[in-house]
Design a protein around this ligand. Structure first.
Ligand code: FRU
Length: 494
């Protein structure tokens, strides 16, 4: 009752606010990325494609614009670009807050939650028992499940929760589940401090521990969070990809996403090596995981912020957005496999106007309006840079630094930055490709820039807060200009 009242009141408040200022068009509101109408959001959760809709659940606190008691917010999209926010899917209960997790479809009804032939959707998430935590216990993170028989609109929590009890580790969370067809069982991977733990189950309710991975691999400057594990086909070979977020200790400080490539035999993940590899070289891509139930195609989505300053950024009514959804792949360069990420094809739906322009020089400004995608190919890769600026003299610079063999985004002049020391800086992402030519795609929104170089081998994701949107583009002076640029103006998703 209370919850419903609370929900109605927040909706009412939202509507009143809407009449005062147009929702989704406030300062800094991204126009081609998902963000909640209001209040705090972090990790994407329960990503699943089901019956024609992509479901995006997320860490959500409806009581404030900073992190608080976690719920699962919910939005759906038919195409991964246009999103509609739905009522909150999961509320905290006596077992605790609802932390990150995943969702699967259970068409064979292994869980027994199905009824009248309806495929149950099962959500698997961490419950943070704040009472236990305050009492100084170590076993306050446990894994619970809930199911839905009405296409994710309503959820019933399982009576037997939690389904995986903490072994007494204070960091024991973020379960990601998938069906392993060869072993005919569900596999669950979760983050346990400095490693991941792998469990298996026949019915999603009773779980056995299979193995661990990572204590001596990859980066360890912080706690591991939000893992994901799945196979990808590369040149006819099946390679398993393990993605793990880490905070702090990310490549640019604070939050970051690392990954390992290797093999998974249904029990144990074996990495090809122990090297640290980063999925994104920007500071603002965290907790990224893939949608389930999308077949061989893997779609990757992350929280476009950083725990260093996520709760300090200067948006007033809401905080944070998701990255643009990306097709995730692997490519072999030399002896190693590297992730590739490119905006999903549905971005084409947003293209209003395509402009080919071969003469954007350092002298002549090019007028921009609204979000854009920019694509170009630099034959014989050499230093280049683009500057997006506004009348207030703020700008974001991006390009390629030949000496460092790195792409970069420079947000030193990008607008408001005093909310966090060190926010205004340049971030470099090393070039991984070895080809002479380099294809680059840039996705510029009102307050974010995503760089996808060499068809997604190097990506850099950044947010910034200019006083007014960037409406002018020019190339850096004194360097050989890029000559064949394709700019697509994008329409707002709202
Ligand atoms: C990652 C994370 C998860 C946790 C959630 C809590 O950003 O810390 O490990 O489940 O956020 O909101």
């Amino acid at each position: 009752m209370y919850r419903r009242m609370f929900y109605l009141m927040t909706m009412l408040a939202g509507c009143l606010y809407a009449s005062a200022q147009t929702v989704y068009h406030e300062p800094y509101r991204l126009q081609v990325h998902y963000s909640p109408r209001a209040h705090w959001m972090n990790d994407p959760n329960g990503l699943i494609y089901f019956k024609g809709n992509y479901h995006l659940f997320y860490q959500y606190y409806p009581g404030s614009t900073v992190w608080g008691p976690m719920h699962w917010g919910h939005a759906i999209s038919p195409d991964l670009v246009h999103w509609k926010e739905l009522p909150i899917a999961l509320y905290p209960d006596s077992a605790g807050l609802i932390f990150s997790g995943s969702a699967v479809a259970d068409p064979s009804n292994t869980s027994g939650f199905g009824k009248d032939g309806k495929t149950p959707l099962v959500a698997i998430y961490t419950q943070q028992d704040t009472v236990g935590e305050k009492a100084g216990r170590l076993d306050f993170q446990n894994q619970s499940i809930a199911y839905s028989l009405d296409d994710a609109r309503s959820w019933t929590k399982y009576r037997g929760n939690p389904v995986i009890k903490s072994p007494g580790l204070k960091d024991f969370r973020d379960p990601k589940v998938f069906w392993h067809p060869e072993q005919k069982k569900w596999i669950l991977v979760l983050a346990a401090g400095d490693r991941v733990m792998i469990y298996s189950s026949k019915n999603l309710k009773s779980w056995d521990k299979e193995s661990e991975f990572g204590a001596t691999s990859g980066a360890h400057g912080g706690v591991w969070e939000c893992p994901d594990l799945f196979p990808l086909e590369v040149d006819g070979k099946k390679i398993w990809l393990l993605i793990v977020s880490i905070n702090p200790g990310g490549v640019q400080g604070g939050s970051g996403i690392q990954y390992f490539t290797g093999d998974f035999d249904g029990h144990q993940f074996t990495s090809m090596d122990t090297t640290t590899r980063w999925a994104d070289y920007g500071p603002d891509h965290y907790a990224g995981v893939t949608f389930s139930n999308t077949g061989k195609e893997k779609i990757f989505l992350g929280w476009m912020s950083n725990w260093q300053y996520g709760k300090l950024v200067p948006t007033e009514k809401w905080r944070s957005a998701m990255t643009f959804p990306r097709k995730l792949g692997l490519k072999k360069i030399g002896q190693n496999y590297y992730t590739t990420q490119m905006p999903v094809d549905a971005i084409e739906k947003l293209v209003i106007r395509k402009v080919y322009n071969k003469h954007i020089s350092s002298v002549k400004n090019y007028a921009l309006s609204g979000p854009i995608r920019m694509e170009f190919e630099v034959s014989d890769l050499h230093a280049f840079s683009f500057i997006f600026s506004n009348a207030a003299g703020e700008n974001i610079k991006t390009g390629y630094d030949e000496e460092k063999n790195s792409f970069f985004i420079d947000r030193t002049q990008g607008g408001v930055s005093d909310f966090y020391p060190g926010f205004a800086t340049i971030h470099y992402g090393p070039r991984i490709a070895q080809s002479k030519n380099s294809k680059v795609t840039l996705l510029l929104d009102n307050a974010s820039l995503e760089l996808f170089a060499d068809e997604g081998l190097t990506t850099i994701t950044e947010i910034f807060f200019p006083g007014q949107p960037f409406n002018s583009l020019q190339q850096g002076a004194n360097i050989k200009p890029v000559t064949d640029i394709r700019i697509s103006q994008l329409k707002s998703i709202w």
